[in-house]
Ligand binder design. Structure first.
Ligand code: ADP
Length: 182
């Protein structure tokens, strides 16, 4: 049984769990830490495309990529949810190249797209903290503070926003951040 850590911001549950985002987490949309081509890659991107099946790549080919910090939405094909929201996070270059602003923009763009599509339950992966090298502690602060601020700006828009974190170590980092910021 997964360990689940719930927080509350206005009417929205913010949930942290350790696991694989391609499994069923009871959400309408999952967020893929994509690259700007949107044509698949390693890490969570590879896992999402593998489980979704070839239809996802076919649809992604029609999107003509996506700039860093923005987001695009597709169907979910064989994944156990309705939509995939794809967002290319920033590559960590030491912190002085606008990384935090771009990462915050990823989270806001995904939540904007979710609202536009009537999606009330979303699961994020930990954008940029794998191959893109963003230090997880700093990424978690941007992630949690941006989402909490967004939920304050759009109260009542979401029932559940969660992160599915791939290891206990990164779950613990997000928990520490949520404990101090929420
Ligand atoms: P990025 O290129 O944005 O850094 P990665 O996929 O390399 O994206 O890593 C982002 C995060 O996703 C990392 O914390 C990594 O451990 C995690 N991750 C990898 N596979 C999965 C998965 N199946 N479910 C959830 N998280 C995953």
């Amino acid at each position: 049984m997964d360990r689940i850590f719930d927080y509350k911001v206005h009417d929205t549950v913010i949930r942290l769990v350790c696991g694989d985002i391609t499994r069923d987490h009871g959400v309408e949309a999952i967020v893929n830490a994509a690259n700007t081509t949107l044509l698949g890659g390693g890490g969570v991107d590879g896992a999402i495309h593998r489980r979704a099946g070839p239809g996802l790549l076919q649809e992604c080919r029609t999107l003509n990529g996506c700039p860093t910090g923005m987001a695009k939405i597709t169907g979910a094909y064989s994944l156990p949810c309705r939509y995939v929201i794809h967002t290319p996070g920033p590559v960590w270059r030491g912190g002085g190249s606008g990384e935090s602003g771009l990462l915050a923009s990823c989270y806001r763009s995904c939540l904007d797209l979710a609202r536009e599509n009537g999606i009330r339950t979303v699961a994020f992966s930990s954008i940029s903290t794998g191959a893109y090298g963003y230090p997880p502690d700093q990424a978690s602060k941007v992630a949690v503070s941006t989402v909490a601020e967004y939920l304050g700006n759009y109260p009542g828009s979401f029932d559940l926003v969660m992160w599915v974190l791939y290891s206990d170590g990164i779950l613990q980092i997000y928990r520490n951040t949520a404990d101090s910021l929420i």
